[in-house]
Write a protein that binds this ligand. Structure first.
Ligand code: ITT
Length: 179
């Protein structure tokens, strides 16, 4: 049994479709520091949690980085989403031609040692919100190789394109090699 420490049930559903290993969602709040990279946020979170949890666990931190906005909202994605939402981002992007963006995910696994796995999904910001699946910025992100937003995809399809899907596959391969 491996714990996935998160408050976000969508993240849990996405990763549990990929990991064959039994994972269990555990909701223990941990500090998410203000840092320049997702890796720093994850390392700090693991160091905080490692003496509070018995057994192997992982956490995941993710963000949307919009090129024309110099990487905003990036490590502040969760806070920015709560404040201005998809409508606010679309407003900031009004009239902007370069709509390139990437989603990034860093999974940190701990079993006595700490291991980080990163996944990136390149894509663009849609002109309008589309779809009501998923969470967060899903309705405004179109990954390269698809015409749909993440908000228009089932979890399995999103996982094929997504930052989290890619990071989770790396974790899965790592766990298989541990056995
Ligand atoms: P944790 O408890 O796991 O931290 P969280 O929702 O607070 O859950 P983060 O701190 O990693 O997650 O914040 C990342 C934010 O970025 C998240 O709240 C979304 O707004 C956005 N985001 C990340 N991945 C996303 C995805 O796959 N689709 C849509 N939005 C995403």
């Amino acid at each position: 049994m491996i714990y996935f420490v998160t408050s976000n049930k969508h993240k849990y559903e996405e990763i549990s479709k990929i990991l064959q290993h039994e994972i269990e969602m555990l909701h223990i709040p941990y500090p998410e520091i203000q840092a320049n990279s997702l890796e720093e946020v994850v390392e700090y979170g693991i160091n905080y949690l490692k003496n509070r949890i018995n057994g192997p666990f992982f956490i995941e931190d993710s963000g949307l980085f919009i090129q024309a906005l110099k990487g905003f909202p990036g490590v502040f994605s969760s806070y920015v989403f709560k404040c201005i939402g998809n409508k606010g981002i679309l407003k900031l992007m009004e009239g902007v031609i370069d709509r390139k963006a990437q989603f990034m995910s860093v999974i940190g696994f701990y079993n006595g040692g700490m291991y980080l796995f990163r996944g990136i999904s390149e894509g663009k910001i849609a002109e309008e919100e589309r779809g009501d699946r998923g969470f967060g910025y899903d309705p405004i992100f179109i990954p390269n190789g698809s015409q749909k937003t993440f908000g228009e995809m089932e979890i399995e399809e999103k996982n094929k394109f997504s930052h989290r899907g890619k990071a989770a596959i790396k974790l899965k391969q790592f766990l298989e090699n541990l056995l």
